[in-house]
Design a protein around this ligand. Structure first.
Ligand SMILES: N[C@@H](CCC(=O)N[C@@H](CS)C(=O)NCC(=O)O)C(=O)O
Length: 211
């Protein structure tokens, strides 16, 4: 059995979508930010960066294994099941490129845009402009990629799509007021959002945790 430590945020949902996609049984362990549970010493042993998501797999390669950072979790689950990441060859590296593009770009930039444009009481025009511009740039990179192929890593749905979906979805909901009209001008990104969002595993993963 796998324990998933998560909360109601885009980064947490990358891991729940992946668990739903690969069909492994898992138990949800909510880490309630309202109660600051991400700083509990027991959780820090699993996730030393005090962030969700993290997993503990009782049935790891050589006994129980904990994994933090969503990119590492998705690669671990893909390799455990042989799903959503090619074992070798160009397709594997394309998926890892776009997975890391999300990890280093979309996740942090969309997260900072949410902080400066929406959650922060003090509004810094410099920070808001900087992150709006960078998010817009990342979205146009994604549009160009999705004009070439149905999914981020090519012909097949992969870990790169799973890891990107929750932040792109946030772009259409909570971050929509900050991003403005840009998403509406990107037909391939919208086609991808509709296709990925229609997957049953994605719908189930996006509803985790139930609070
Ligand atoms: N790079 C990390 C980012 C994880 C992350 O930022 N998680 C946020 C929620 S979306 C968190 O746990 N925040 C709690 C805190 O900062 O105290 C990943 O992708 O796993």
């Amino acid at each position: 059995m796998i324990d998933l430590y998560t909360w109601t945020t885009p980064n947490g949902r990358k891991a729940s979508i992946m668990l739903e996609e690969v069909g492994l049984p898992y138990r949800v362990q909510p880490v309630n930010f309202g109660r600051q549970e991400q700083f509990d010493p027991a959780f820090l042993k699993i996730s030393p960066n005090n962030k969700i998501p993290a997993i503990v797999d009782d049935d790891g390669p050589s006994g129980p294994l904990s994994v933090f950072e969503s990119g590492a979790i998705l690669v671990y689950l893909a390799e455990k099941t042989g799903k959503l990441l090619a074992a070798s060859g160009p397709e594997r590296y394309l998926a890892l490129e776009w997975l890391n593009w999300q990890m280093g770009g979309v996740g942090p930039m969309f997260g900072q845009l949410g902080f400066f444009a929406i959650r922060s009481e003090e509004k810094s025009a410099l920070a808001i402009n900087r992150f709006t511009e960078e998010c817009g740039r990342l979205l146009t990179v994604m549009e160009r990629r999705l004009q070439e192929s149905p999914y981020l890593s090519g012909e097949n749905y992969s870990v790169a799509d799973v890891i990107s979906y929750p932040w792109l979805h946030a772009g259409t909901t909570t971050l929509r007021p900050a991003l403005g009209q840009i998403l509406e001008t990107l037909p391939s990104v919208n086609r991808w959002l509709t296709a990925v969002g229609a997957r049953e595993a994605v719908k189930r993963g996006m509803a985790v945790p139930k609070v």
